[in-house]
Design a protein around this ligand. Structure first.
Ligand code: CP3
Length: 342
């Protein structure tokens, strides 16, 4: 039988709605911190199928979530392509950068895809252990977000260097995006062949782009990646997440053929209902900071989100990832409220 999670992604509303949370595996869980302390570094952790599978399953064992998300990172793709990637404590990821006038040094696509094979093994192990009614979500970074790390070396900047490439070095940017699209498509196919039931494309740095540039470097590459995936015979539902798209969210859903769309904390449910066609599932919104704060305001916001999307396919989620300081009781409270339904 198809799980209600997949039914929602196929366009059917459900009450109660399915729930999972971005970064549900991670530092807010003491069992994650214990496991993490056994790994030499974060990349080793991601490339260890035993540890990554355990981290993927931890939130499912603790909470009644409907989906597990593969434990990995969007920057594994750059690592596999031959970029030096490091995760620094308190700073976040640091990536070796490329120059616009230098050819893209790159390992052959087959080599890159096979370097990622420990991730496929993680997926196999998780799918074997996961109850049949729980969904396993595979993922990768969406092309522009991955390209941004290769150009700027880190996230959280004002993106001006990478954004200028759209004007100053459009063909170098296109070559980089095309290389990322090809390996990402093969990587996601590897995850689906290993047992992922749905995939999500994280476009974390979509904020603040002019509409024509948004079309060129976000919508077109996301659409090209999906076209390539379908071409490779991948049929599972796909969730897009153009974080910070704001008023151009409608451009995204009309030009990228996703089954579901992730919503960040900043757009209103009213805007979403006016903008996103009802055959596309919506997921997201809840502010991770409200999840930390808890109390009546959290309960009220959860109910408001459920009510706003009562008549359309909806998967409950946050507008961004669970933060390390989040109390477990608050996550539990949200799961309970969502299970009650509206
Ligand atoms: O539970 C899950 O969501 C599964 C695993 C997952 C991770 N990263 C693990 C991780 C997923 C889906 C990601 C995606 C990811 N990684 C994104 C897209 C989503 C988003 O947050 O916008 C981005 C931009 C990255 C890049 C990245 N990786 C950053 C910016 C950081 C540092 C920030 C931080 O929280 O420390 C990471 C490291 C990272 N990836 C951690 C985890 C659990 C923390 C590292 C640790 O445990 O030591």
């Amino acid at each position: 039988m198809t799980s209600s999670f997949i039914q929602v992604l196929n366009g059917q509303p459900k009450n109660p709605v399915p729930i999972w949370m971005m970064r549900q595996a991670g530092r807010h869980l003491p069992e994650y911190l214990a496991l993490r302390s056994q790994a030499k570094n974060f990349l080793d952790f991601c490339y260890s199928p035993a540890m990554a599978a355990e981290a993927t399953l931890q939130p499912i064992q603790r909470y009644d979530m409907d989906a597990a998300i593969l434990f990995a990172d969007i920057l594994l793709v750059l690592d596999a392509m031959g970029f030096n990637v490091e995760f620094e404590k308190r700073i976040g990821p640091l990536v070796e950068t490329i120059a616009p006038d230098k050819p893209l040094k790159q390992v052959p696509v087959e080599t890159a895809v096979s370097r990622l094979s420990p991730v496929y093994e993680t997926v196999r192990r998780v799918r074997q252990k996961l109850p049949f009614d729980k969904v396993l979500i595979g993922f990768c970074g969406a092309p522009w977000t991955v390209a941004l790390y290769a150009i700027e070396g880190r996230g959280g900047t004002d993106k001006s260097v990478a954004r200028s490439w759209a004007y100053l070095h459009p063909s170098a940017l296109k070559n980089l995006l095309d290389a990322i699209i090809e390996i990402s498509a093969l990587y996601l196919k590897g995850q689906v062949d290993a047992g992922a039931d749905a995939v999500m494309l994280f476009e974390s740095w979509a904020e603040g782009l002019p509409d024509n540039v948004f079309q060129q470097i976000v919508c077109q590459p996301n659409a090209a990646l999906i076209a390539r995936l379908r071409d490779l015979g991948v049929t599972v539902p796909i969730i897009g997440f153009p974080r910070g798209a704001g008023t151009v969210l409608g451009n995204f859903v009309s030009s990228v053929p996703v089954n579901g769309v992730g919503l960040d904390t900043s757009i209103s449910p009213d805007f979403v209902n006016q903008t996103v066609p009802t055959n596309i599932a919506v997921q997201g919104h809840l502010d991770p900071l409200l999840l930390i704060a808890g109390g009546e305001a959290l309960d009220q916001r959860v109910r408001d989100i459920l009510t706003a999307y009562k008549h359309r396919p909806h998967i409950f989620n946050l507008g961004h990832g669970v933060r390390p300081e989040t109390p477990i009781a608050h996550v539990q409270r949200v799961v309970d409220l969502v299970r009650e339904g509206v």
